[in-house]
Design a protein around this ligand. Sequence first.
Ligand code: 13P
Length: 253
Amino acid sequence: MRKPFVAGNWKMNTDGNSSVSLAKAIACGSSNIVGRSVSVAVFPPFNYLTSVFKALNKSNIALGAQDFYFEPDGAFTGEISVAMLKDVGCNYALCGHSERRHVIGETDELINKKVDAAISGGILPILCVGELLDERKASQTNKVITRQIKKGLAGLNAEKISAVTIAYEPVWAIGTGLTATPQQAQDAHKLIRNLLAEIYEARLSEEIRILYGGSVKPENTAELMQQQDVDGVLVGGASLKADSFLSIIQAAV
Ligand code: 13P
């Protein structure tokens, strides 16, 4: 019912040439399945969005941004608006990625404004949530996820929420080689789906895709995807090589 979704977050990596060749290789290697049996999106750095958009050309691979600011325009030096993202061909944007929360210091309140602004401006937000290692050790995982979901989606009505994808990325699994076990991922995803059912309604909660992120590789994708509430993956490091990202796309179908 929920089509698998594979997203590649390139973070602050690639350059002008490598971003274009990576996009072309992904488009070429996945043309037989993308769109029909799996949704795929890539999230390059801002300054390569235009050239990657051209490189993706007529493929069904969507373009996304790693961040943006919630105000429509004005004196916000260094920031990028939702309309600017649309202008260069983006359909998606990440909101509240763990590195934005924990390195840059974004709050739940700011992330909530971004989710709302994205939807209002016609960009599909991917709201990222996930606990720190210390929070997991202190049995705070459910509490942290619940807070991030409730505050991140505050004030959004049912119509708006249907534009949202959630990504569960436990911070201790990002870039560490430590992946959550399929059961740990399923438990967190189930908690999120139950929260969505509680805030909105069961039918809507069944339609929203929840992705897992954190050291996703070709070898662990299939078993993660077998979990009932894991609808896709948000991939960092392994999305920077066409071979491994293509293997992940294949394994997600
Ligand atoms: P890694 O796949 O490198 O662990 O990164 C995950 C991530 O943060 C994707 O947004």
